[in-house]
Design a protein around this ligand. Sequence first.
Ligand SMILES: Cc1ncc(COP(=O)(O)O)c(C=O)c1O
Length: 461
Amino acid sequence: MTSSMPSPTDNNALKDAANRHLFVGMTNAAQLAEEGGPLVMESAEGIHVTAMDGKKYIDGISGMYFRNVGHGREEIAKAIYDQLSRVSMNVYAGATPATIQLATKIANLTPGDLTRTFFCQGGSEANESSLKMAQAYHVRRGDRGRYKVISRKGSYHGSTYGTMWLGGHPGFPRIDYQPKPANVITVPAPHYYHDEFGSKSPEECGERAAKAIEEAILFEGPESVSAVIGEPISQPMGGVVPPSNYWPMVREICDKYGVLLIFDEVITGFGRLGTWFGANYVGVTPDIMSFAKGITSGYFPVGGSIATAQVADVFAGGPEKTWSHMYTYSAHPGGAAAALKNLEIVERENLVENARARGEQMHERLEEMKEKHPMIGDVRGVGLIQGMEFVKNRETKEHFDASMRVNARLTEKFIERGIWIRVPAYIIPLAPPLIINADQVDELCTAVDESITEVEQELGV
Ligand SMILES: Cc1ncc(COP(=O)(O)O)c(C=O)c1O
């Protein structure tokens, strides 16, 4: 098929070409075409993105939970340029100064004795690497049968073949990719608002959700279980914060049965929760931590898996200890330069502290909204991962019928008010860049508040 090349300044021609030639991830092409095509960005600065038609939006979910230091950071672009002008690749069996410095920096920032990093390009690859590392760890120690992985409902760990069946939530159906692999075990999430155990308190929910992991390990046979994987705070269901007893109990259970604990910190890593890592927030150190997104704020695709010395050391010694795993572009120096500069900005501008303070401010505003909007069933989150769940009935927690288009209506109201948040199913996610200031939090929350008022009026709520 031949098509004329769209001019980079012609919004309509670009949208038209995108509708014909581009898969826009997780969206339906016909639906997107009906809406006028994808938002084609012309520029971005601070917490704002500007579309080709000149309309400016607050980036309410930081691209996709990654743009921590905000848009338009020329110093990161320059760091990448300078690096690529000097050394622009990695050789087989080699490393570059920037990558070695970055690995050192991450070992220093992460809690406990997390110490050795394998670098890749994104979150799915990071989790793939963590899962492979866990299984290989057991094999090196003589446990060849440990291949099963326990994950929790509601989580998302990636879209590759090895990660897509972990967790699971309505926004990521896997109907095209049957069957579920035999090594994937799924347990309930520690989600008190939708507690599956009939718990009377958050502590009971935390305990029962942790015990569900122990029961799964015993049911499957501990000698067959490699790892438990979870996000310290889970984003897909809207900032689900587990009861505080949950992760310490899971840590103990993993230790009791020789199962490795993998934290997926692809979103929570590098400051978003108001702590450097989710591990700091929940007070538990995993054996392996996956990260991506916030490491470079998305200025260069970088992910990685950092392991404790105890895990990493099983791959040291004779050639039979080698961990057979790599990607061509692992440890790219351009990514390392971007990450080092990005982390320098996070520290220089106290963005971890800002995420904590602005998160508290935002959470308070969301709680106030819940007081006045019957449609809001729950408000949850920590730092700059906040979420609101909207329901038809607060008692039963029943959701609106899809035909009422509540999520589409909210998305449209947000767009009218210059907020870029596409509302999935029945959760409003709020996760702006960590540089957001107090006035901007107010502006964002006021726009969300007004949008909900209008939708409630339309629906007669
Ligand atoms: C918690 C979590 N893990 C893994 C991933 C997958 O990351 P990527 O899309 O970079 O492969 C995501 C992506 O949103 C995520 O949120």
